[in-house]
Design a protein around this ligand. Structure first.
Ligand code: PMV
Length: 323
């Protein structure tokens, strides 16, 4: 028997960084993300006669490299799901993205969400046990915390217990990620979660993030766009400051990351308008534009990005493409 599911990725504007319970991936603070519907992982599951579960890349337009450690983490999560449903037997799981996995966009959210989704589909059928979306998200969070936010759309909050959609008149955001580096991460986000408590700035981090999240949610309307920019800007700097002040310090910035950020800041000053800007645990810069800002986003792209970097975007509604 074969089952197939896909889930999208998401980008956090208020970050989950630091855990109150490492084993169960309980976050130290609530987080808020925008679902990236155009960036998806597909997982196909097939029952086999073997003695163990195996993972293989799903043939797609983009290679899906997975380290030995990554593969083990993925298979462990799968085992956890099997145990939850008391399902026995072996399976082959094949996964692939509709976007390049080597471009520095965190794909763990979509890949763990898609694995959880397809497993719940298969195992609820095999075991006759029903499961709702909130329970799926809870199980997914045990594999990768941020993946639970990929079960809803489009603004999603996770407080460590449940995911919740947040209503706003800001819809159909256009996403651009400026690729300044493609190397695989030296420090994974799982390691980062463990190291950040050594930073002196970790003291008060949960309170700052919660406060910023409440502020952000109370201003989630088009009129407050500049304030939302300010809050997302402060938030990713806060997370990266934790990295750079940990003991030992680590970080993801490249010189070009600063150049892109400076361009975005100057653009806001010049135009009095611009994108929400954020960075994940990586060197690339994510920009989110309102749907009425398409011309402005192209101006920014032509003036600042086109000559130096590759950018991946869903602007113009023609799918995720390189420009
Ligand atoms: O889900 P994890 O354990 O890979 O953590 C991801 C954390 C960040 O991507 C850095 C921030 C976030 O909230 O998505």
């Amino acid at each position: 028997m074969i089952w197939k599911s896909e889930r999208p990725s998401n980008i956090a504007l208020i970050k989950y960084m630091g855990k109150s319970d490492i084993e169960r991936n309980k976050p130290s603070n609530s987080s808020l993300s925008w679902t990236l519907d155009h960036l998806k992982t597909t997982v196909v599951l097939e029952q086999i006669n073997g003695v163990e579960d195996v993972w293989e890349p799903l043939p797609t337009d983009f290679p899906f490299p997975m380290s030995e450690k990554g593969k083990q983490k993925y298979l462990n999560h799968f085992k956890r799901l099997k145990d939850h449903f008391s399902v026995k037997g072996s399976f082959i799981l094949r996964s692939g993205n509709n976007f390049p996995a080597d471009c520095g966009i965190a794909s763990s959210a979509s890949s763990f969400a898609a694995l959880t989704e397809v497993s719940c589909l298969a195992f609820s059928e095999l075991s006759q046990k029903k499961i709702d979306i909130y329970k799926k998200a809870e199980l997914s969070a045990l594999g990768s915390g941020s993946s639970c936010r990929s079960f809803l759309t489009d603004w999603v909050m996770w407080d460590g217990e449940v995911i919740k959609p947040i209503d706003s008149d800001i819809k159909n955001l256009q996403h651009m990620v400026v690729i300044v580096g493609e190397d695989t991460k030296k420090i994974s986000s799982s390691q980062a979660h463990k190291i950040v408590p050594t930073s002196a700035l970790y003291q008060g981090r949960a309170e700052r993030a919660e406060h910023r999240l409440n502020d952000f949610v109370s201003k989630m309307n088009k009129e407050c766009w500049p304030e939302l920019f300010q809050l997302s800007w402060e938030e990713f700097w806060d997370m990266h400051a934790l990295f750079e002040t940990s003991r030992p310090a680590f970080g993801y910035f490249l010189a070009d990351s600063f150049d892109v950020l400076r361009s975005a800041r100057f653009f806001w000053q010049q135009e009095g308008d611009g994108p929400l800007v954020t960075m994940d645990a990586g060197p690339n810069v994510h920009l989110l534009w309102r749907e009425d800002q398409v011309d402005l986003s192209l101006k920014f792209f032509q003036e600042n990005i086109a000559k130096r970097w590759t950018c991946l975007t869903n602007i113009h509604g023609i799918g995720f493409h390189k420009v």
